[in-house]
Design a protein around this ligand. Structure first.
Ligand SMILES: Nc1nc2c(c(=O)[nH]1)N[C@H]1C(S)=C(S)[C@@H](COP(=O)(O)OP(=O)(O)OC[C@H]3O[C@@H](n4cnc5c(=O)[nH]c(N)nc54)[C@H](O)[C@@H]3O)O[C@H]1N2
Ligand SMILES: Nc1nc2c(c(=O)[nH]1)N[C@H]1C(S)=C(S)[C@@H](COP(=O)(O)OP(=O)(O)OC[C@H]3O[C@@H](n4cnc5c(=O)[nH]c(N)nc54)[C@H](O)[C@@H]3O)O[C@H]1N2
Ligand code: SF4
Ligand SMILES: [Mo]
Length: 742
């Protein structure tokens, strides 16, 4: 038997690790890290090996599925695509385009065909009812980047290989492998920084895997980060430590920002965060003194009540310390296929329209997904009647999943483009499964924008496309073509415009991701105008990837604002700062409610959102979906480690096993998301044996970051009691909430 070695990259998370596949007899024999990958340098995590399990999983769908009543049938592609197009077009014709909604889940940003061809599908639908996982994730980052730098993708990342100080909030790269920060092998890079005398300070309500390797860790009361960050800013201004350096030449509003943060003293921050005022002072001074440092915050400070304010304050801290765009500070990547400067660049827009029921602002053409259920359930013009989900599982991943389930049950029509019959797609009338990730090629379109080093890599498919299957982008193109025929989106326009539009559509339909990549590479910063002359062929000839060097200065050139200036403030931010002053005063005055706990989430390196629990090698061993709780909080309620407890919020309650741990702050409990596979109709044999409960049956669709509409998944008020038959705990919370709102 001859064994062959193929090279590629992992597309499961944002780290884009280089992989080495050992293949023999048409099967994978081993998956290892590619030592010669210039970005990941051999690093992988246990999920990479599970790519084989996904590939071979008998539960993974390979043919279109049609549901008739409670029964699923395999059907042919033409039949499925024709009927899906008929049904979607019928809803759009009868009720308008907005009656057809779309939801794009997380793997769509890891699948380049979905990125290049989603326009082919959504173009003819002309719907404003667009949702994605963005609004349960990084929306505040994008909004702040759009406001300050003029482009939603201009997100700076810690230049860890040259840094001396990182202040990190609400991120756990030891488990997540980095987010909005492509940093494969975080641990090794951190160790190198520490060996240079550098320091990592972590702020997190849980003593996480990252806290274990940090130099300093502070517990923080969930949701109190804005107070802490604004106090750090206040101190830098008050102690005259503001030194933006060259950034001052192209930044507007710094002085005014100094005035607006003046009320946020360390004493106020200490009162709500649990971090001592003296520690806050010391942190501000250390940050200011570091020769090169970075402030970085992720999920824990995005998916909370003040997500946008937190991300704004983080950017401002990096600006006033002169660390933005400085080596060893927070820097911007220059990817080979550049979605910021390239053609078709989408800088973003905000509040150009609002959601119908609650009036939540759109961002970049998408509405907050916390509003999806009510938009389906509330009658009236524009009510959503059909839904298209792509690579997503919003029942498990968006707040109040039970209400969304209820809503999905009322739809006239639903179609899912997904490889599994999961907690969401089981509601669909059709599931259209794409090829698996080893059956198509890959180029990471998104995460090179957030990488701590500039590299480029093309991964050819490991296995040929099986006969009778379609890639995601082919499904998009085929469905888009059928929708255009049925909806004739250019009808009514003047003849010339119609021809132009039809020509453009026809060209688009013929473009493959490969051609788009090749063109973008040639036109891009390392293309025909540079000595590298990068093209798809050049990438094909370099199976380990091409190193494009460390991050380099980008400002003000790369800014997308008028006059290439950073706008530190706008009216929305000014108003938010004033409002937060009041909110903080209220919070300081409010006595803690008896028995109240704050719920946060967590991630584990062997799990990936909701969809990798069907791999035996990832779920084996002791369960990882217990509720973490401090021993004192358990004792105070007469509860014991390992028992089943009932946890209740305004929207629901569930019973879970509790695990006592001193590694969580008192008053805080933690439950990971993405579990809850016992729901009927889910086809995932192994995942069902490790079902767990869905934390999003507790999270609240009303709890949002006000500015962005991002879900406040962390810092939710809950109660925990012994599990019993009664629903008393739930009713009590519901009553309290009503009282608080009345
Ligand atoms: N409480 C709480 N909730 C959270 C979070 C949290 O921290 N706490 N995290 C949030 C975050 S950051 C995110 S990103 C979301 C994720 O939420 P979602 O994106 O809604 O859900 P996933 O679990 O990523 O589900 C991905 C689906 O895509 C399918 N899939 C995988 N690869 C492909 C592919 O190549 N093509 C297609 N068509 N389908 C594919 C899988 O089968 C799976 O069904 O969850 C969010 N929800
Ligand atoms: N293994 C694995 N890797 C993943 C994923 C996965 O599911 N599994 N998902 C991927 C995705 S989609 C994403 S978006 C990234 C997320 O990547 P990260 O943001 O790095 O990962 P999280 O584990 O969500 O880290 C959030 C941290 O915030 C803390 N936290 C909660 N509330 C607060 C708060 O109010 N304040 C502060 N300061 N901290 C708080 C939590 O305790 C947690 O440690 O990970 C990606 N990588
Ligand atoms: S860290 Fe793990 S899941 Fe993420 S890209 Fe690397 S191997 Fe894949
Ligand atoms: Mo995410």
């Amino acid at each position: 038997m001859t064994e062959q070695i193929h090279y590629g990259a992992c597309n499961l998370c944002e780290a884009i690790c280089g992989l080495e596949f050992h293949v023999g007899d048409g099967r994978i024999k081993a998956i290892r890290g590619d030592q010669r990958d210039p970005l990941s340098r051999g690093h992988i995590c246990p999920k990479a090996v599970a790519l084989q399990d996904l590939h071979e999983d008998p539960d993974r769908l390979r043919r279109p599925q049609k549901r008739v009543g409670g029964q699923w049938h395999e059907v042919g592609w033409d039949e499925a695509l024709d009927e899906v197009a008929d049904r979607l077009a019928a809803v759009a014709r009868a009720h308008g385009g907005n009656a057809v909604a779309g939801y794009l889940g997380n793997p769509s940003v890891h699948n380049w065909g979905i990125m290049t061809h989603s326009g082919a599908l959504f173009g003819p639908l002309k719907t404003r009812s667009r949702y994605s996982a963005t609004s349960v994730d990084q929306l505040p980052h994008q909004l702040v980047s759009y406001w300050l730098y003029g482009h939603q993708l201009l997100v700076a990342v810690p230049d860890i290989d040259r840094s001396q100080f990182i202040l990190m909030l609400g991120a756990n790269p030891m488990a997540s492998n980095g987010s909005l920060w492509t940093v494969p092998d975080f641990r090794k890079r951190l160790k190198a920084m520490q060996a240079r005398g550098g320091k990592l300070v972590l702020i997190d309500p849980r003593r996480t895997e990252t806290a274990e390797v940090a130099d300093e860790h502070h517990f923080i009361r969930p949701g109190a980060d804005a107070a802490l960050l604004l106090a750090l800013l206040q101190l830098l201004f008050a102690e005259q430590r503001v030194k933006p350096g060259r950034l001052a030449d192209f930044t507007d509003g710094l002085e005014e920002a100094g005035r607006l943060v003046a009320p946020f003293t360390p004493e106020r921050a200490a009162a709500v965060s649990g971090i001592a005022a003296d520690d806050i002072r010391r942190l501000a001074r250390e940050l200011a003194a570091a020769p090169a440092g970075a402030v970085y915050g992720r999920m824990g400070v995005s998916t909370q009540a003040h997500g946008t304010l937190c991300q704004w304050a983080i950017v401002m801290l990096n600006i006033v310390t002169g660390n933005l765009d400085r080596e060893g500070g927070m820097m911007f990547a220059h990817p080979a296929m550049d979605l910021i400067k390239g053609p078709g660049s989408k800088p973003g827009h905000y509040d150009a329209w609002r959601s119908r029921v609650r009036g939540l602002p759109e961002f970049g053409g998408e509405l907050p997904v916390a509003a999806l259920a009510e938009e389906i359930l509330t009658p009236g013009a524009g009510q959503i009647r059909a839904l298209l989900t792509i690579a997503g599982n919003p029942v498990l991943s968006t707040p109040n999943g039970r209400r969304l389930e209820q809503a999905l049950g009322t739809l006239e029509f639903m179609v899912a483009i997904d490889c599994y019959r999961n907690e969401t797609t089981r509601f669909a009338d059709f599931i259209l499964p794409p090829t698996g990730s080893l059956e198509h090629d890959h180029y990471d379109l998104i995460f090179h924008h957030f990488a701590m080093r500039n590299t480029a890599k093309y991964s050819p498919p490991l296995f040929p496309k099986p006969p009778g299957t379609l890639h995601d982008w082919e499904i998009f193109a085929a469905l888009g073509r059928r929708l255009r025929q049925r909806l004739r989106p250019h009808a009514g326009k003047p003849l010339l415009r119609r021809w132009q539009a039809q020509l453009r559509d026809a060209l688009l339909a013929r473009l493959t991701p490969q051609r788009l990549l090749d063109q973008a590479l040639r036109r891009g910063p390392y293309g025909k105008r540079s000595p590298l002359r990068l093209s798809l062929n050049k990438l094909r000839a370099a199976p380990h990837g091409i190193d494009l060097g460390p991050l380099r200065a980008a400002l003000p050139r790369r800014l997308h604002t008028k006059g290439r200036r950073i706008a530190a403030l706008n009216d929305a931010l000014r108003a938010e700062l004033r409002r937060y002053d009041g909110a903080l005063a209220e919070q300081q005055a409010r006595a803690p409610r008896e028995g109240e706990l704050w719920l946060i989430g967590r991630r584990h390196v062997r799990s990936n959102n909701s969809w990798m629990h069907n791999a035996q090698r990832l779920v084996k061993g002791k369960p990882r979906h217990q509720l973490f709780m401090h021993p004192d909080d358990l004792a105070g309620r007469g509860l014991a480690d390992g028992q089943t407890v009932r946890i209740a919020s305004r929207v629901g309650e569930l019973d879970v096993e509790v695990q006592a741990t001193p590694d969580i702050m008192r008053g805080v409990v933690s439950l990971p998301h993405g579990w809850g596979h016992a729901r009927p109709g889910v086809q995932a044999r192994i995942a069902r044996e490790h079902a767990g409960q869905s934390v999003n049956d507790l999270t609240d669709e009303r709890e949002l970051d006000r500015l962005s509409g991002n879900a406040a998944l962390n810092g939710l008020s809950v109660r925990v009691a012994a599990a019993g038959p009664s629903r008393a705990a739930h009713d009590e919370v519901a009553n309290n909430e009503q009282g608080a709102r009345a």
